[in-house]
Design a protein. Sequence first.
Length: 250
Amino acid sequence: MRVILTLIRRELGGAFQSLTGYVVIAASLLLTGMAVMDLIGWLNDRPTDAPITELFYQSTYFWVILLVVSPVITMRTFAAERSSGTYEALMTTPVGDWEVVLAKFAGAFLFYVLTWLPLLGVLAVLRRVTGETLILDPRVTAVAFLGVFLVGAVYMSLGLFASSLTRSQIVAAMIALLLGIAMWMLSFRPPSADGIGGALGRALDHVSLVRQMEDFARGVVDSRHVVFCLSVTGLFLFLTQKVVEGRRWK
């Protein structure tokens, strides 16, 4: 456990020692601020009883942040180690492959969480200014952030896998971006999916991250969504471990 904690601190330290980490946070704050401003303008014209988390999610900003920021966060995890020559030194230390993978995932995931925490503060200020207690319902907000973190875990593990495949951070970011867009595109059901008794449509609904986030944003916790996100995260972490294990013995 001490080894993993040391590696996690190393990952977080590396993120904040480079300009990339601050650019990621600044870009996320900018897009979040733009989303909130659009949301306020929309509410002034069309009052609604829907939770503000659901309204925020319905904007395109959420997926832009997720699809663009995730590859940038994870591209350095393994690719930077290999390009700088520290990968071999890391893998020759008395630390297991799973410990390295889990530590790098935890470091990337914690950084991802930090990029979303300011949104909670923005919503709290909005509730304070407007005096509307329903703007930030504790239960709905907690479930919405649970969805953000679960879907984020999927994309962090995907980015980790992409970074383990190459020594170029740019290539790792592009692979992660393309895979992330592909997963996002699975959420859009083609017209033919309603045939064959709706079997294909139900399958696409089950793997649809968009529909899963719709439920989370409304404050609905579906155990199937939780299991799916954790399973996909575990799958990509397993694939990453296999890549790392293969490179160790080359």
